[in-house]
Write a new protein. Structure first.
Length: 353
């Protein structure tokens, strides 16, 4: 229902394979929200960039119209617009940015470019107003794995990042190896429920006891070696003719290894920053086993914040919330603003800063 402090924000997300729009009233009141996930990519076992862009172009008007209808807000009642400007698939990003630029121009409204991963930082706060900095943030998605210390909104210090595959990408690739559908994360999680994670020993890349703060690999992630280990295991099981019966155990072993690395690195950050508040963002943060492992290892002395599975996906509501923050700081798009696959993370200080 309406009634927040306003203004009305229309957020649009088209960075990958979800077309999503939301109307936000104030900081936390979602009036209307539509997420349309593209199923065309299932045939290929991963996102095909050109198909994603075409699907956004075909569906964006209907998705926005439905979000406005749910909100009970006319397009001309929207005070400003926000859109994911990057990072992401450039063709997909351009669909959203061009739509918002044209609409903002036609309405005489300002618009705000949003960084996709900063939007994921804001997502948990839409459901839990205590999900505010300071916190250590683990952002895990199909394209990114970032470990960040946020001391305030807009003030972020990069602690670690993946050096190769992102966590979500690793889940997708392992799922494909096991003959599971895309997206791989939910499929791996479902199959793992009936598997024994200790049946097959898999490595924990870049996780060693002798690492110390200041070491180049203390916070960084690497999942390519884990993926390669799964490839070798699958080939061995195929040669033995036992892969079919071992699939749940392979899935469980992979998931356990990936989660161990993610949680262990995050807990290092908690200890070194002396910040016992952890926030999960990104699609992989919807993994129940990841959340449970983090909560168990943090114990009663810490706080863990995460979105519902719906808001862990790429979505327009988180884009609207991030846009509201940037708008309040006076960060309005200039006429020449556009999308960029390498859009810089605003306020993010490098590890050497």
């Amino acid at each position: 229902m309406k009634g927040g402090p306003g203004p009305y924000v229309l957020g649009l997300e088209t960075s990958c394979d979800e077309t999503s729009a939301a109307v936000l009233d104030g900081d936390h009141c979602i009036l209307g929200h539509v997420i349309l996930s593209q199923d065309v990519h299932e045939v290929y076992g991963g996102v095909v960039p050109e198909l994603a862009a075409r699907a956004h172009l075909q569906k964006v008007d209907a998705v926005v119209d439905q979000a406005l209808a749910e909100a009970g807000v006319r397009l001309d009642e929207v005070d400003f617009l926000g859109v994911t400007a990057g990072p992401g698939l450039i063709g997909a990003l351009l669909v959203g940015v061009c739509w918002v630029k044209a609409t903002a121009y036609g309405l005489g409204r300002p618009w705000v470019p949003v960084h996709h991963m900063e939007a994921h930082l804001f997502a948990p706060s839409l459901e839990d107003q205590k999900a505010e900095p300071p916190f250590v943030a683990l952002l895990v998605s199909g394209g990114h794995t970032l470990l960040i210390h946020a001391t305030a909104w807009g003030v972020y210090r990069l602690l670690g990042a993946t050096r190769d595959d992102a966590a979500g990408e690793a889940f997708d690739k392992v799922a494909k190896l096991l003959g599971l559908p895309y997206p791989g994360g939910p499929a791996i999680e479902r199959l793992s429920a009936s598997g024994d994670p200790k049946r097959h020993l898999l490595p924990r890349p870049m996780l060693a006891r002798n690492q110390r703060p200041g070491d180049a690999d203390f916070y960084d992630f690497s999942f390519s070696g884990l993926k390669t280990a799964v490839v070798q295991l699958v080939r061995s099981l195929e040669a033995e003719g036992t892969l079919d019966s071992e699939r749940p155990h392979v899935a469980a072993a992979f998931q356990a290894a990936a989660i161990d690395v993610l949680v262990s690195k995050t807990l290092r950050a908690v200890e070194e920053t002396d910040c016992p508040r952890v926030l999960f963002g990104g699609g992989v943060s919807a993994n129940k086993a990841l959340r449970e492992e983090m909560a168990a290892r943090m114990g009663s002395g810490g706080e863990l914040f995460h979105s519902s599975p719906r808001l862990a996906l790429d979505n327009g509501a988180m884009v609207a919330r991030a846009a509201r923050f940037r708008f309040d700081r006076g960060e309005i798009a200039t006429p020449d603003a556009s999308a960029s696959a390498a859009y810089p993370f605003p306020g993010l200080l490098s590890r050497v800063a």
